[in-house]
Design a protein around this ligand. Structure first.
Ligand code: FE2
Length: 194
């Protein structure tokens, strides 16, 4: 039937795209991120690593920094342990390009956004490449312009290198789905505030 053909087609495309970046097709079908749980655990901190650059620009769209990269929209919310949205917070994102290289001189694939009134943020970027012994990841700092900041990293579901990366933490895995020529990734941050 038409719907069956359509489903097979979608699954075929899904497998191809996830194969492109080494993410298992099954990852596309994982359960959605659960809704915010009152008094839930704050997001796990991780090291910034050696490649953070202070003073990155206000920037939402990184795609022009790596035109050959696979597009990925990263969205989410920043909220308290009590599920209250946190507006006006800095979300500072930096990551390797599709070839696994960081720009340590300029601000390619580096920038920050401010959360909206609903705590939401969005970046249009590309899928980061692999480098060294690391699995695929984003780096992020989240917090007020002045004050304590959560530094952590975000990971991809089903990435083959996750198991071999000592920093990998399943609590920091994004929800990733195919979207158009690329992917949509979602992660909600919970800061340690009541
Ligand atoms: Fe890194």
């Amino acid at each position: 039937m038409a719907s069956g053909i359509s489903r097979r087609t979608v699954l075929g495309v899904t497998a191809g795209l996830f194969g492109t970046i080494g993410v298992a097709p099954a990852a596309a079908q994982r359960a959605p991120t659960p809704a915010c749980v009152e008094d839930g655990e704050p997001t796990v901190p991780q090291s910034a690593g050696p490649f953070h650059s202070p003073n990155a620009p206000l920037k939402r769209d990184f795609r022009g920094d790596d035109p050959n990269g696979v597009p990925l929209a990263l969205t989410g919310r920043v909220q308290t342990r009590g599920c209250m949205p946190l507006a006006g917070l800095v979300v500072d994102l930096w990551h390797a390009d599709s070839q696994g290289r960081y720009d340590n001189r300029g601000f390619r694939l580096r920038g920050y956004q401010l959360t909206g009134s609903d705590g939401q943020f969005r970046f249009d970027t590309v899928v980061p490449g692999l480098y060294g012994g690391r699995t695929r990841h984003f780096h992020v700092k989240v917090g007020p312009p002045v004050g304590p900041v959560l530094t952590t990293q975000l990971y991809f579901p089903g990435e083959p290198r996750n198991a071999a990366d000592g920093l990998f933490n399943p609590d920091l895995v994004m929800q990733v789905e195919p979207a158009g020529p690329g992917f949509e990734a979602v992660f909600d941050f919970v800061l340690d505030r009541p």
